[in-house]
Design a protein around this ligand. Structure first.
Ligand code: ZN
Length: 158
């Protein structure tokens, strides 16, 4: 809906707001007022309706892909990020052949999408030159899992 600010920094300005509880509360509090649409079929009606449609349309969801190298461990990872705020983040560091099993799962309402083929190719290429440096935490985990105690046997895995 089209609204006018009645107070504050934007007093007098006209903007668009969604039909929501928050907007209704702002109207009830006297902070904004709704500017009604011109009468249906009148000169400004179609223009106002198109403007309203445009403002209500969500920004398109676009995933940008990037290949990163860890600063500490040199690990090559593939990361995907959606253009819409508060959506998912995709992170993968496994074998290239398993990458096609994964999809970018949006939580913004857009459909899930597969990792593009050219991105998979770039990831596979970058992964070839990967030389992982294990972090201190990972090294401690390996030491712990391969530790042989006084019995001279590995811990029994249950
Ligand atoms: Zn998204």
């Amino acid at each position: 809906m089209k609204i006018r600010f009645l107070s504050g920094k934007r007093q007098g300005e006209i903007s668009h707001a969604p039909y929501s509880q928050e907007t209704k509360l702002m109207i009830d509090a006297g902070l904004i007022e709704e500017i009604p649409l011109p009468a249906r079929g009148s000169a400004g009606w179609l223009k106002a309706r198109m403007e309203q449609e445009k403002s209500a349309a969500p920004t398109p969801a676009h995933v940008s892909w990037g290949i990163h190298k860890g600063t500490q461990d040199n690990r090559i990872t593939l990361e995907g990020k959606c253009s819409r705020p508060n959506c998912s983040i995709f992170r993968f560091e496994g074998k290239r052949e398993f990458l096609s099993r994964h999809t970018f799962q949006h939580c913004c309402g857009a459909y899930a999408e597969a990792v593009p083929l050219d991105v998979i190719k770039k990831y596979a290429e970058a992964k070839k030159s990967e030389e992982v440096h294990y972090t201190a935490d990972e090294a401690a985990l390996f030491r712990y899992s391969s530790h042989i105690g006084d019995s001279n046997k590995h811990r029994e895995v249950k």
